[in-house]
Write a protein that binds this ligand. Structure first.
Ligand code: 9MR
Length: 391
């Protein structure tokens, strides 16, 4: 599936960028006066992220919340208009597709895949094997299960084959295995690792199995290993770097590595481009798969104990914008970086406030689905960066 490139796109983009402010003002973005969610004047008059990204061949994506997609018109319009690839935020996870053992529910995921086809978007399948969001009949904590090791291996095989077969031919990239390593570089001791060890194998052999099974079920899908904190050079990034070389040496059909990109202004900007580059130098594709940039936000005076999605200081807002620009610039600079996906549309639907108290404002659109300066920053980067074209 390729997005057709209208001949006039570049000229239109230039004209529209010139005619509009490069960066929205704070009042454009966070105006509290009865926001009009229907108008979207900025969005409808400026070339979208997906149009601007055509210059480099980069796909720009978002995670999609299927409780909102199709029911919230403004949300749906942004997903359809701005992005050339979509990732289901939750609805392809094992817990959601097989809530009862042996009974599949593909409805929500099918709806997203169909919408993506209508909108000429590619789909990142997320995620086949993960210690979290497992169905409760299999494991309630990711580390213990009532099934025997051989049963776990058989269940994993069935799950991977059934899910990949169901979506065969419709998925561009699959996150086959997600977050298998700890920050110190050791393997995560989840039910899969423990089952394989108990069977007398290397605990990490479940990963090679999952890639091979997925490849048999859909030979054309690009199969990815996906994780967080790979952006920073350190124990985890080094461990994954060594491990994917073992997979390659063993002939495992791994096509790429996904760098989630959940950044926080308090930790400094990572050595991202070098890390993307060193994985790419192994002959792998790379992708930014879950980008968001959180920061400390202002308390909500109306609700004690709650927070707004307004950064605590203008300096933090500026740091966020700098991080957003740098993530995209790093991806654009590496020809094998084939997609750049943000983890959600608006601050109001982000996972961040639920997990990091006092932090938020992590996405490109505000609580009223109005574009933030970060959104304009990405457009500016796409327009001004000379990047190698990716096929
Ligand atoms: O954004 C997802 C959120 O809605 C879920 O509640 C959460 C469950 O752990 O998963 C979130 O997405 C995660 C992604 O699937 C894998 N990388 C980390 C993401 C944030 O937790």
């Amino acid at each position: 599936m390729r997005i057709r490139q209208p001949l006039l796109v570049a000229a239109l983009a230039a004209a529209a960028l010139a005619a509009t402010p490069a960066v929205a003002t704070a009042s454009d973005v966070r105006g509290t006066d009865a926001p009009d969610r229907s108008a979207h004047s900025v969005l409808s008059t400026q070339p979208s992220l997906r149009i601007l990204a055509q210059r480099s061949g980069l796909k720009v994506g978002t995670a999609v919340n299927m409780d909102l997609y199709g029911s919230d018109a403004a949300y749906t319009r942004i997903v359809d208009q701005q992005f050339s690839t979509v990732t289901p935020e939750n609805v392809m996870k094992w817990q959601l597709v097989e809530p009862t053992q042996g009974t599949y529910d593909w409805a929500a995921a099918d709806r997203l895949v169909a919408a993506a086809r209508d909108n000429q978007q590619l789909v990142r399948g997320h995620t086949l094997v993960w210690h979290s969001q497992l169905p409760s009949w299999l494991s309630t904590d990711g580390t213990t299960t009532t099934f025997t090791p051989q049963q776990v291996r058989d269940l994993l095989h069935k799950h991977v084959v059934d899910e990949v077969s169901h979506f065969r031919g419709q998925i561009w990239q699959w996150d086959v295995v997600n977050e298998a390593f700890n920050d110190d570089g050791t393997p995560r001791q989840d039910i899969f690792y423990k089952a394989y060890q108990a069977l007398g194998m290397n605990g990490l052999d479940y990963i090679a199995d999952a890639f091979r099974w997925a490849h048999q079920a859909d030979p054309h899908a690009l199969l990815f290993y996906n994780d967080y904190n790979l952006e920073f050079t350190g124990a985890k990034s080094n461990a994954v770097y060594a491990f994917v070389q073992q997979l390659q040496a063993a002939g495992v059909p791994i096509a790429g590595v996904g760098f989630q990109g959940h950044l926080d202004t308090q930790y400094g900007f990572p050595d991202l481009q070098n890390n993307l580059q060193r994985f790419a130098a192994l002959g792998l594709k790379v992708a930014l798969t879950e980008v968001d940039v959180r920061t400390f936000v202002q308390p909500d005076p109306a609700k004690p104990g709650s927070y707004t999605d307004v950064p605590l200081t203008p300096a933090l807002q500026a740091t966020q914008e700098s991080y957003w620009k740098q993530t995209l610039q790093a991806c654009l600079a590496v020809r094998s970086c084939i997609s750049y996906t943000v983890w959600g549309v608006a601050d109001s639907n982000s996972w961040i406030p639920g997990v990091f108290a006092g932090e938020g404002a992590a996405l490109l659109f505000d609580d009223n689905l109005q574009p933030k300066p970060q959104y304009q920053d990405l457009r500016q980067v796409l327009w001004t960066t000379r990047a190698p074209h990716r096929g």
